[in-house]
Design a protein around this ligand. Sequence first.
Ligand code: C2O
Ligand code: CU
Ligand code: CU
Length: 470
Amino acid sequence: NNIQVMSGNKTEVYSYVLNVLKADNATVENLPGSWLGPVFRVKQRQRIRVRFKNQLPRESVIHWHGLHIPPEMDGHPMYAVENGAQYVYEFEVNNRPGTYWFHPHPDKITGQQVYEGLAGMFIVEGNEDHLPTEKYDLPLIIQDRIFDGNNQLVYMQNNQMSRMQGFLGDRIAVNGTLENNIHVSKSTYRFRVLNGSNSRIYKLAWSDGSDVIVIGTDGGLLSRPVRKPYVMLAPGERIEIWKDFSEMNAEGQVYLHSLPFNDGTSMGMGGGMMGDQMMSGSGLSNGTGFDICSFTVTSESGERKSLPSAFQNISSIPESEAVNAASPRQFRFFNQRMQWVINGETFEMREVADWEKVSLNTTEVWEFINGDDGRGMGMMQDMMRMPHPVHLHGLQFQIIDRDISGVSADSWGTVEDGFIDDGWQDTFLLLPGMKVKIALKFEDFTGVYVYHCHNLEHEDMGMMRNYEVV
Ligand code: C2O
Ligand code: CU
Ligand code: CU
């Protein structure tokens, strides 16, 4: 199986090649008319071997986002290969069935490579006969882009402020095309929604006023379906949505919207005098509302399923088991001298002395705080605040506490019903002023992984650090 993943910017088109060398029970299919990579469907416990050949003019490496695999297979930037070189990924897929994805991860140029189309979905299948089958089980990869007059992708206006904020486009693409109308039959669907955008956050809602029925998160199915008026989805995150079109009239139409919200960004001295509105190169700031895509119902009736009241039980990671429950490791995400940092530091590929070290087969609690502790540069730096989607490589974790006491009421009031903190996660949204505690267990593999902000421009600026399992 030979897949070209094209990367197009201006008139140059580059590619990398993924050869699926071994994957007995897997399918790898391109999305029709898409500039994105393919959708892998792999059975749980499958061993897969993929050869990556880099034909890009710059170094690259593939990261399998959300998968629990050894460090050498995980796409740490230290394993990036140059143009013409190749790297063979081989691992057993032992994650829970669910919706994962893959994308490049070279140091400082991840944002550009993902933007140009080098990403795809990686679905782990289980025995899920009670859920919508194949034809009714669809990816929805949401991304924003800017096109120039010749219909070519434009990445960043290279100014400091737009980098600081992260890329925001003014066109919304679904599954790597601008064809935003999807035909569905009178059936029950399972949508695997991935926010594959560089820095845009979506507040997903249906136009017909029905609740968003969420059945899964980053790490697979929830223990039971959750109904929400809307769902916040930050870059890197996935949710699985259940939607029944069977009662709708033929030719009826439903939109998936992103509703307006206030993401809490403040970039100014003196209380946000420079809001993100002013800085957005595209004019579509984070938090503006728009339509993502529409679904037109055909007269054909297809598969109907009834929503299960429960899936499988999810065992929780007991906080009491954590070796550091009394004093969690703390990670402060903030801005220091026009630079996004974690605990005052930026990414260093091999600075072994001060990266986090954890022990194999232990449970820990980590606390992530959006904002400075006030000791560093004091007030000045703390006035620049943005949301950060926090992502850890190598494992799935559980959210045990989300403290919103420091979040501005103006912002919180617009997003509060949109968080799903149940189930397994590998990425979560950390709003300005917010504190989130997670429980995580280091199992099976030793070695070096990264954790970082999944606003890809922030990541490329160095808002990323290593942790090592020893
Ligand atoms: Cu999808 Cu290191 O990230
Ligand atoms: Cu990842
Ligand atoms: Cu960030």
